[in-house]
Design a protein around this ligand. Structure first.
Ligand SMILES: *Cc1c(COP(=O)(O)O)cnc(C)c1O
Length: 399
């Protein structure tokens, strides 16, 4: 059976060129980068090259990139580090209701530690309001953390404007750039952000490696304590193959950025137009203009998204209801809820994300199957408007 992967926002396969560069660092080049002999130097040099490739992708200087174990760790470090460093100045953090759980749950942890957190609302399209943001700032505010692009609906926030407001009020600004990386041009200097989290496995690199960009001149306390790795800021023997893979993935993303964006946007738009012309009562969630090029988040009215997902899985089509974290728990999406969707529409929503290995044939297969499945599911659905009408009619008859 054909397999069609439409969940590139959850993770991506490692590209062959990335894997090839990583492999020697599992075997012959196994040296510890901190060792003072040749095979150690090889690992050290490989990390130096990877750091500069990752820096290049976001317009940073090499020494502003600190490798971590994940995007999640980078989020934790930025928020907890800032909170600790600036405790004497204040205890107030501003974020949004649609952040990734790596950010939201870190903020909830800090609330238990006595910090105050403002969770900004978003509008119907998933955008934060700059006015609401500015109004939320007090003289106790120490950090603003707003994600660059949302993982569920793909909404891209006005990062440059947010940074401007943060600067104006002397507040540090962190952004979770995990979804934006490799999908949008990013220049941290032009955007004027203080910190940005990124991750390798969303850009065709390996899982278990991420980085935090920390603007030079800014120091936050360490999250992980131990040896002197990462310029004494992040202890632990480096994940050398992972970091090498991140570097190669970053340089490929940099080289192919324009064609990648064009390709995935074209396929995404084709998918949406096919689905919405062939199936009635399908609505696109989020903003079509300020949106990640590969993201399509759709409401299939009158059916349960989970039912469609499971059905799709039997036909080899893989998508999700939103964040990978909530799919195991069946809890309604906090992002769609924050956008004001009624619960039944939240439960009817599915996220499809296309990527570099998606083909037009994949989309055609998926669309044909989905059209058929939606028809079948709607025929059974008690929420279907026709069914609702039928039952009302039969009620009337009996009355
Ligand atoms: C995937 C993701 C993360 C977490 O990154 P990991 O490397 O998987 O820990 C954080 N933020 C966003 C927006 C993501 O999409």
């Amino acid at each position: 059976m054909r397999q069609v992967y439409l969940d590139y926002s959850a993770t991506t396969p490692v590209k062959n060129k990335v894997l090839e560069e990583m492999l020697p660092y599992f075997s012959e080049n196994f040296g510890n980068p901190s060792s003072l002999y040749q095979i150690g130097f090889k690992s050290k040099d490989a990390i130096t090259l990877a750091r500069s490739r990752v820096a290049q992708l976001i317009g940073a200087e090499d020494k502003e990139i600190y490798f971590t174990s994940s995007g999640t760790e980078a989020d934790n470090w930025a928020v907890i580090g800032t909170a600790k460093a600036l405790k004497p100045k204040g205890n107030h953090i501003i974020t949004s209701k649609i952040e990734h759980h790596a950010l939201l749950h870190t903020c909830e942890y800090l609330e238990k530690e006595g910090y105050q957190v403002t969770y900004l609302n978003v509008d119907k399209k998933g955008m934060v309001s700059l006015e609401e943001l500015e109004r939320a700032i007090t003289d106790r505010t120490i950090l603003i953390s707003i994600m660059f692009a949302n993982n569920e609906v793909g909404t891209i926030q006005p990062i440059k404007e947010i940074a401007k407001i943060a600067k104006k009020h002397g507040v540090l600004f962190h952004t979770d750039g995990v979804q934006a990386l490799g999908n949008l041009p990013i220049d941290v200097k032009e955007l004027n952000v203080d910190m940005m989290s990124i991750s390798a496995h969303k850009i065709y690199g390996p899982k278990g490696v991420g980085a935090l960009y920390i603007r030079k001149g800014l120091t936050i306390p360490n999250l992980i304590h131990g040896g002197g790795q990462e310029n004494k800021k992040r202890a632990g023997t480096e994940n050398v193959p992972g970091i090498v893979g991140f570097g190669k993935a970053a340089s490929l993303a940099d080289e192919n950025l324009a064609s990648h964006i064009e390709k995935v946007r074209t396929l995404r738009d084709y998918f949406i137009s096919q689905i919405t012309t062939r199936i009635e009562d399908v609505v696109v969630n989020g903003d079509m203009e300020h949106r990640l090029p590969g993201n399509a988040n759709l409401i299939f009215k009158y059916i349960e998204g989970e039912a469609l997902l499971l059905y799709m899985d039997t036909k080899g089509i893989f998508a999700s209801t939103g964040s990978a974290c909530s799919s195991a728990t069946f809890s309604p999406s906090h992002v769609l809820s924050a956008m004001g969707l009624p619960l039944e529409q939240v439960y009817s929503s599915i996220r499809f994300t296309v990527g570099d290995f998606t083909t037009k044939e994949d989309i055609d297969y998926a669309v044909d199957e989905i059209v058929e499945m939606v028809e079948k599911l709607r025929a059974f659905s008690p929420y279907n408007k026709d069914n609702v009408m039928n039952s009302a009619q039969s009620c009337n008859c009996q009355a």
